[in-house]
Design a protein around this ligand. Structure first.
Ligand code: CA
Length: 224
């Protein structure tokens, strides 16, 4: 059974989430504070954590950061009350996998949960296909219509970061960390220029990208 830790201090929302997720067949544990969430996530195994940002005491960002620092890799979906772009970017940089803005529909949340769970159970050796492109991250190979595509090392690292996080927004800073290395200081434009290169090699029509999408104010998302 898939276990989900729900961290939510508002009893009404926690109750509704609990009922809805149980009806979908998930095993649900509720935590109402950040400290309780940290204790539970550190001592039991969950397949997913739904984490409210606005919590008394330690907020969701702090909980997220602490979990990642202590090597807890459980996928996290943040529940954000505001639609502020800055808050979403911050959540992603703290190591969250996705976010859902309150108020959300149960259907939307279920879809996000399924997408995040699917990504986290992918086989590392698999081949990812989009358009006429096949990518094997394990073998460092990219083919287009059966022909090898010549990517630079940086382009391949960027592509790997996208493939591993498909369907999820990555900030320019996260892409810089993944491809160039943590702590390397470069202009964000460098990322944009390399994505232009990836689109030219991998999109059917680079002027109308369907896979490497710019998400205004946030960064980029790769869709299969
Ligand atoms: Ca709350």
């Amino acid at each position: 059974m898939t276990r989900i830790l729900v961290v939510e201090d508002e009893p009404g929302i926690a109750f509704a989430l609990d009922a809805d997720l149980r009806s979908e067949g998930y095993a649900v544990t509720i935590a109402t504070t950040g400290d309780e969430a940290l204790r539970l996530a550190g001592s039991a195994t969950y397949e997913l954590i739904l984490l409210d940002v606005m919590l008394p005491g330690k907020d969701g960002f702090e909980v997220c950061r602490k979990l990642r620092r202590s090597e807890v890799r459980t996928p996290i979906i943040l529940l954000t009350a505001k639609s502020h772009e800055a808050e979403k970017v911050m959540g992603l940089e703290m190591g969250a996998d996705d976010y859902v803005t309150k108020p959300f529909s149960p259907r939307e949340l279920r879809a996000r949960i399924k997408a995040v769970l699917r990504r986290s159970t992918d086989e590392p050796g698999e081949v990812v296909r989009f358009g006429d492109i096949d990518v094997s991250v394990a073998r460092c190979e990219v083919h287009r219509g059966g022909q090898v595509v010549d990517l630079s090392a940086l382009e391949f690292k960027l592509l790997t970061a996208f493939v591993r996080s498909r369907g999820r927004v990555l900030t320019r800073e996260q892409l810089l960390d993944e491809a160039w290395g943590r702590g390397v200081v470069l202009n964000d434009r460098v990322v944009d220029n390399h994505i232009v290169g990836l689109r030219r090699k991998l999109e059917a029509d680079p002027t109308k990208p369907r896979h490497f999408l710019n998400i205004r104010g946030l960064g980029y998302r790769f869709d299969v």
